[in-house]
Ligand binder design. Structure first.
Ligand code: ZN
Length: 309
Protein backbone atom coordinates (compact mmCIF):
# COMPACT_ATOMS: atom_id res chain seq x y z
CA UNK A 1 0.00 0.00 0.00
CA UNK A 2 2.89 2.36 0.79
CA UNK A 3 4.03 2.34 -2.80
CA UNK A 4 0.50 3.12 -3.96
CA UNK A 5 0.28 6.11 -1.65
CA UNK A 6 3.67 7.32 -2.82
CA UNK A 7 2.63 6.94 -6.47
CA UNK A 8 -0.62 8.71 -5.71
CA UNK A 9 1.09 11.68 -4.09
CA UNK A 10 3.55 11.89 -6.98
CA UNK A 11 0.72 11.70 -9.50
CA UNK A 12 -1.26 14.43 -7.75
CA UNK A 13 1.83 16.64 -7.60
CA UNK A 14 2.64 16.09 -11.28
CA UNK A 15 -0.95 16.65 -12.30
CA UNK A 16 -0.99 19.97 -10.48
CA UNK A 17 2.07 20.98 -12.42
CA UNK A 18 0.58 19.90 -15.72
CA UNK A 19 -2.90 21.27 -15.35
CA UNK A 20 -4.02 24.28 -13.42
CA UNK A 21 -6.96 24.30 -10.96
CA UNK A 22 -5.88 21.73 -8.42
CA UNK A 23 -8.46 22.00 -5.65
CA UNK A 24 -9.76 19.74 -2.90
CA UNK A 25 -8.12 16.90 -1.07
CA UNK A 26 -7.14 13.47 -2.29
CA UNK A 27 -9.90 11.46 -0.67
CA UNK A 28 -8.45 8.15 -1.71
CA UNK A 29 -5.21 8.77 0.14
CA UNK A 30 -7.23 9.49 3.26
CA UNK A 31 -9.14 6.24 3.34
CA UNK A 32 -6.53 4.12 1.59
CA UNK A 33 -8.80 3.03 -1.25
CA UNK A 34 -7.94 3.18 -4.92
CA UNK A 35 -9.72 6.17 -6.39
CA UNK A 36 -11.20 5.54 -9.83
CA UNK A 37 -13.01 7.99 -12.08
CA UNK A 38 -14.95 6.80 -15.13
CA UNK A 39 -16.83 8.65 -17.83
CA UNK A 40 -20.05 6.61 -18.16
CA UNK A 41 -22.05 4.82 -15.49
CA UNK A 42 -21.71 1.53 -17.37
CA UNK A 43 -17.93 1.60 -16.91
CA UNK A 44 -18.28 2.61 -13.24
CA UNK A 45 -20.53 -0.43 -12.79
CA UNK A 46 -17.80 -2.79 -14.04
CA UNK A 47 -15.28 -1.17 -11.68
CA UNK A 48 -17.70 -1.43 -8.73
CA UNK A 49 -18.27 -5.11 -9.42
CA UNK A 50 -14.55 -5.86 -9.68
CA UNK A 51 -13.23 -3.51 -6.99
CA UNK A 52 -16.10 -3.70 -4.50
CA UNK A 53 -15.11 -2.10 -1.15
CA UNK A 54 -11.44 -1.73 -2.07
CA UNK A 55 -12.14 0.90 -4.68
CA UNK A 56 -13.87 4.24 -4.64
CA UNK A 57 -15.58 4.86 -7.99
CA UNK A 58 -17.10 7.97 -9.44
CA UNK A 59 -18.78 8.35 -12.86
CA UNK A 60 -18.66 11.81 -14.40
CA UNK A 61 -21.72 11.28 -16.60
CA UNK A 62 -24.93 10.69 -14.68
CA UNK A 63 -28.44 9.68 -15.80
CA UNK A 64 -29.66 11.30 -19.02
CA UNK A 65 -26.20 12.64 -19.94
CA UNK A 66 -25.11 12.28 -23.57
CA UNK A 67 -21.42 11.24 -23.70
CA UNK A 68 -21.01 12.33 -27.35
CA UNK A 69 -21.66 15.94 -26.39
CA UNK A 70 -20.23 15.97 -22.86
CA UNK A 71 -17.50 18.45 -22.00
CA UNK A 72 -15.47 18.12 -18.79
CA UNK A 73 -16.40 20.75 -16.21
CA UNK A 74 -13.90 22.46 -13.93
CA UNK A 75 -15.07 20.12 -11.15
CA UNK A 76 -14.48 17.09 -13.40
CA UNK A 77 -10.92 18.22 -14.09
CA UNK A 78 -10.25 18.23 -10.35
CA UNK A 79 -11.77 14.76 -9.97
CA UNK A 80 -9.73 13.43 -12.89
CA UNK A 81 -6.56 14.94 -11.49
CA UNK A 82 -7.07 13.35 -8.08
CA UNK A 83 -7.95 9.89 -9.42
CA UNK A 84 -5.46 7.02 -9.32
CA UNK A 85 -6.99 5.46 -12.43
CA UNK A 86 -9.27 6.83 -15.15
CA UNK A 87 -11.36 4.46 -17.25
CA UNK A 88 -13.21 5.72 -20.29
CA UNK A 89 -14.98 4.02 -23.18
CA UNK A 90 -12.85 5.22 -26.09
CA UNK A 91 -13.65 4.65 -29.80
CA UNK A 92 -14.57 8.35 -29.81
CA UNK A 93 -17.63 7.92 -27.59
CA UNK A 94 -16.43 10.82 -25.45
CA UNK A 95 -15.98 13.01 -28.53
CA UNK A 96 -15.17 16.18 -26.63
CA UNK A 97 -12.81 14.83 -23.98
CA UNK A 98 -9.93 13.56 -26.11
CA UNK A 99 -7.58 16.42 -25.26
CA UNK A 100 -8.13 16.04 -21.50
CA UNK A 101 -7.31 12.32 -21.66
CA UNK A 102 -4.24 12.97 -23.79
CA UNK A 103 -2.84 15.31 -21.15
CA UNK A 104 -3.65 13.02 -18.23
CA UNK A 105 -2.31 9.82 -19.77
CA UNK A 106 1.21 11.21 -19.55
CA UNK A 107 1.07 10.97 -15.77
CA UNK A 108 -1.42 8.27 -14.81
CA UNK A 109 -3.32 5.21 -15.92
CA UNK A 110 -5.93 6.45 -18.40
CA UNK A 111 -7.52 3.40 -19.98
CA UNK A 112 -10.12 3.14 -22.76
CA UNK A 113 -11.96 -0.10 -21.88
CA UNK A 114 -13.74 -0.50 -25.23
CA UNK A 115 -10.64 0.71 -27.05
CA UNK A 116 -8.89 -2.44 -25.73
CA UNK A 117 -11.34 -4.81 -27.47
CA UNK A 118 -9.88 -6.58 -30.51
CA UNK A 119 -11.00 -4.67 -33.63
CA UNK A 120 -12.18 -7.90 -35.28
CA UNK A 121 -15.06 -7.89 -32.77
CA UNK A 122 -16.02 -4.27 -33.42
CA UNK A 123 -18.50 -2.80 -35.89
CA UNK A 124 -17.27 -0.12 -38.28
CA UNK A 125 -18.74 3.33 -38.35
CA UNK A 126 -20.88 3.39 -41.52
CA UNK A 127 -19.73 6.93 -42.35
CA UNK A 128 -16.09 7.08 -41.18
CA UNK A 129 -14.65 3.77 -42.35
CA UNK A 130 -11.55 3.95 -40.14
CA UNK A 131 -13.61 4.51 -36.99
CA UNK A 132 -15.57 1.97 -34.95
CA UNK A 133 -18.98 2.06 -33.33
CA UNK A 134 -18.39 2.82 -29.62
CA UNK A 135 -21.69 1.42 -28.22
CA UNK A 136 -20.22 -1.96 -27.24
CA UNK A 137 -22.20 -2.28 -23.97
CA UNK A 138 -25.33 -3.31 -25.90
CA UNK A 139 -23.79 -6.70 -26.64
CA UNK A 140 -23.57 -8.16 -23.14
CA UNK A 141 -20.96 -10.78 -24.10
CA UNK A 142 -18.79 -8.18 -25.81
CA UNK A 143 -19.11 -5.83 -22.83
CA UNK A 144 -18.04 -8.63 -20.50
CA UNK A 145 -14.63 -8.51 -22.17
CA UNK A 146 -14.00 -5.17 -20.46
CA UNK A 147 -13.94 -6.99 -17.10
CA UNK A 148 -10.47 -8.43 -17.72
CA UNK A 149 -9.13 -4.96 -18.57
CA UNK A 150 -10.44 -3.59 -15.27
CA UNK A 151 -9.09 -6.61 -13.32
CA UNK A 152 -5.66 -6.16 -14.91
CA UNK A 153 -5.39 -2.43 -14.26
CA UNK A 154 -6.69 -2.59 -10.66
CA UNK A 155 -4.34 -5.51 -9.93
CA UNK A 156 -1.32 -3.64 -11.31
CA UNK A 157 -2.11 -0.59 -9.25
CA UNK A 158 -2.95 -2.55 -6.09
CA UNK A 159 -1.17 -5.96 -6.27
CA UNK A 160 -2.05 -6.87 -2.69
CA UNK A 161 -5.69 -7.23 -3.72
CA UNK A 162 -5.05 -8.91 -7.09
CA UNK A 163 -6.63 -12.24 -6.12
CA UNK A 164 -9.69 -10.42 -4.78
CA UNK A 165 -10.13 -8.48 -8.05
CA UNK A 166 -9.65 -11.65 -10.07
CA UNK A 167 -12.33 -13.54 -8.15
CA UNK A 168 -14.79 -10.63 -8.36
CA UNK A 169 -14.13 -10.33 -12.09
CA UNK A 170 -14.85 -14.03 -12.51
CA UNK A 171 -18.12 -13.76 -10.56
CA UNK A 172 -19.27 -10.72 -12.53
CA UNK A 173 -18.38 -12.43 -15.78
CA UNK A 174 -20.62 -15.37 -14.81
CA UNK A 175 -23.43 -12.94 -14.02
CA UNK A 176 -23.09 -11.30 -17.43
CA UNK A 177 -23.06 -14.63 -19.29
CA UNK A 178 -26.37 -15.47 -17.56
CA UNK A 179 -27.70 -12.03 -18.50
CA UNK A 180 -26.67 -12.58 -22.12
CA UNK A 181 -28.61 -15.87 -22.18
CA UNK A 182 -31.63 -14.15 -20.63
CA UNK A 183 -31.60 -11.41 -23.33
CA UNK A 184 -31.38 -14.05 -26.06
CA UNK A 185 -34.35 -15.98 -24.61
CA UNK A 186 -36.47 -12.82 -24.27
CA UNK A 187 -35.78 -11.57 -27.79
CA UNK A 188 -36.52 -15.00 -29.23
CA UNK A 189 -40.16 -14.53 -28.10
CA UNK A 190 -40.56 -11.69 -30.66
CA UNK A 191 -41.46 -13.01 -34.14
CA UNK A 192 -38.62 -12.41 -36.63
CA UNK A 193 -40.67 -10.13 -38.90
CA UNK A 194 -41.44 -7.85 -35.95
CA UNK A 195 -37.85 -7.46 -34.84
CA UNK A 196 -37.27 -3.92 -36.08
CA UNK A 197 -36.19 -1.17 -33.70
CA UNK A 198 -36.35 2.53 -34.55
CA UNK A 199 -34.37 4.87 -32.29
CA UNK A 200 -33.17 8.50 -32.31
CA UNK A 201 -29.50 7.67 -32.91
CA UNK A 202 -27.63 4.57 -34.03
CA UNK A 203 -26.71 3.26 -30.59
CA UNK A 204 -28.13 -0.24 -30.96
CA UNK A 205 -26.11 -1.81 -33.80
CA UNK A 206 -24.24 -4.18 -31.43
CA UNK A 207 -27.56 -5.10 -29.84
CA UNK A 208 -28.97 -5.83 -33.29
CA UNK A 209 -26.00 -7.94 -34.28
CA UNK A 210 -25.88 -9.93 -31.03
CA UNK A 211 -29.59 -10.62 -30.67
CA UNK A 212 -30.76 -10.66 -34.29
CA UNK A 213 -32.83 -7.48 -34.51
CA UNK A 214 -32.84 -4.97 -37.34
CA UNK A 215 -32.06 -1.51 -35.97
CA UNK A 216 -32.47 1.89 -37.55
CA UNK A 217 -31.50 5.24 -36.07
CA UNK A 218 -32.41 8.67 -37.35
CA UNK A 219 -29.00 10.10 -36.51
CA UNK A 220 -25.67 8.37 -37.05
CA UNK A 221 -23.69 6.61 -34.33
CA UNK A 222 -22.82 9.95 -32.73
CA UNK A 223 -25.45 12.49 -31.70
CA UNK A 224 -22.95 15.03 -33.04
CA UNK A 225 -23.82 13.94 -36.58
CA UNK A 226 -26.27 15.96 -38.62
CA UNK A 227 -29.31 14.53 -40.27
CA UNK A 228 -31.28 16.13 -43.05
CA UNK A 229 -34.80 16.17 -44.34
CA UNK A 230 -33.96 13.23 -46.60
CA UNK A 231 -32.96 11.04 -43.62
CA UNK A 232 -36.25 11.88 -41.99
CA UNK A 233 -38.30 11.14 -45.11
CA UNK A 234 -36.42 7.85 -45.66
CA UNK A 235 -37.08 6.72 -42.12
CA UNK A 236 -40.78 7.69 -42.29
CA UNK A 237 -41.14 5.75 -45.56
CA UNK A 238 -39.40 2.75 -44.02
CA UNK A 239 -41.72 2.74 -40.99
CA UNK A 240 -44.86 3.10 -43.14
CA UNK A 241 -43.70 0.41 -45.58
CA UNK A 242 -42.86 -2.08 -42.83
CA UNK A 243 -45.98 -1.12 -40.84
CA UNK A 244 -43.88 -0.63 -37.70
CA UNK A 245 -46.10 0.27 -34.78
CA UNK A 246 -43.63 1.55 -32.18
CA UNK A 247 -40.50 3.72 -32.07
CA UNK A 248 -38.23 4.26 -29.07
CA UNK A 249 -37.06 7.33 -27.22
CA UNK A 250 -33.60 7.34 -25.63
CA UNK A 251 -33.17 8.79 -22.15
CA UNK A 252 -29.97 10.62 -23.14
CA UNK A 253 -31.23 12.09 -26.45
CA UNK A 254 -33.89 14.76 -26.99
CA UNK A 255 -37.33 13.36 -27.88
CA UNK A 256 -38.10 16.01 -30.47
CA UNK A 257 -36.54 14.14 -33.41
CA UNK A 258 -38.55 11.02 -32.67
CA UNK A 259 -41.70 13.15 -32.33
CA UNK A 260 -41.04 14.55 -35.81
CA UNK A 261 -40.87 10.99 -37.17
CA UNK A 262 -44.17 10.07 -35.49
CA UNK A 263 -45.78 13.18 -37.01
CA UNK A 264 -44.36 12.34 -40.45
CA UNK A 265 -45.90 8.85 -40.24
CA UNK A 266 -49.27 10.26 -39.17
CA UNK A 267 -49.27 12.55 -42.20
CA UNK A 268 -48.96 9.43 -44.33
CA UNK A 269 -51.87 7.84 -42.51
CA UNK A 270 -49.78 5.44 -40.42
CA UNK A 271 -50.10 5.57 -36.64
CA UNK A 272 -46.93 4.84 -34.75
CA UNK A 273 -46.49 5.28 -31.00
CA UNK A 274 -43.60 5.72 -28.57
CA UNK A 275 -42.87 2.14 -27.52
CA UNK A 276 -41.02 3.26 -24.44
CA UNK A 277 -37.88 4.87 -23.12
CA UNK A 278 -34.56 3.11 -23.57
CA UNK A 279 -31.34 3.65 -21.66
CA UNK A 280 -28.94 4.05 -24.53
CA UNK A 281 -25.80 5.98 -23.61
CA UNK A 282 -26.54 6.54 -19.91
CA UNK A 283 -27.90 4.37 -17.11
CA UNK A 284 -30.85 5.21 -14.82
CA UNK A 285 -30.68 6.97 -11.46
CA UNK A 286 -28.41 5.60 -8.77
CA UNK A 287 -30.25 3.45 -6.23
CA UNK A 288 -32.82 2.26 -8.82
CA UNK A 289 -32.51 -1.10 -10.65
CA UNK A 290 -31.79 0.81 -13.90
CA UNK A 291 -28.87 2.50 -12.17
CA UNK A 292 -26.87 -0.71 -12.63
CA UNK A 293 -25.68 -2.23 -15.90
CA UNK A 294 -27.64 -5.47 -15.50
CA UNK A 295 -30.77 -3.54 -14.48
CA UNK A 296 -30.42 -1.20 -17.44
CA UNK A 297 -30.15 -4.12 -19.87
CA UNK A 298 -33.15 -5.87 -18.32
CA UNK A 299 -35.27 -2.70 -18.42
CA UNK A 300 -34.40 -2.10 -22.08
CA UNK A 301 -35.11 -5.66 -23.12
CA UNK A 302 -38.45 -5.72 -21.25
CA UNK A 303 -39.47 -2.46 -22.97
CA UNK A 304 -38.39 -3.69 -26.41
CA UNK A 305 -40.07 -7.09 -26.13
CA UNK A 306 -43.33 -5.62 -24.80
CA UNK A 307 -43.56 -3.08 -27.63
CA UNK A 308 -42.53 -5.27 -30.55
CA UNK A 309 -44.29 -8.52 -29.72
ZN1 ZN B 1 -24.44 7.11 -28.67
Amino acid sequence: MASIIFKRITAVFLTCLLLSACGGSDKSAENDKLSVVTTTGMIADVVKNVGKDSVQVQALMGPGVDPHLYKATQGDLGRLQRADIIFYNGLHLEGKMGEVFEKLERIKNVVPVAGRIDVSRLLSDPVYKDAHDPHVWFDVKLWSSTIEVVVEILSNEDPENAAFYQQNGKDFNTELQLLDNWVRTQISTVPLDKRIMITAHDAFNYFGRAYNIEVRGLQGISTLSEFGLKDRVDLVNFIVEKQIKAVFVETSVSQKNIDAIIEGCQQKGHDVIVGGYLYSDAMGAEGTPEGTYTGMVRANVNTIVKSLR
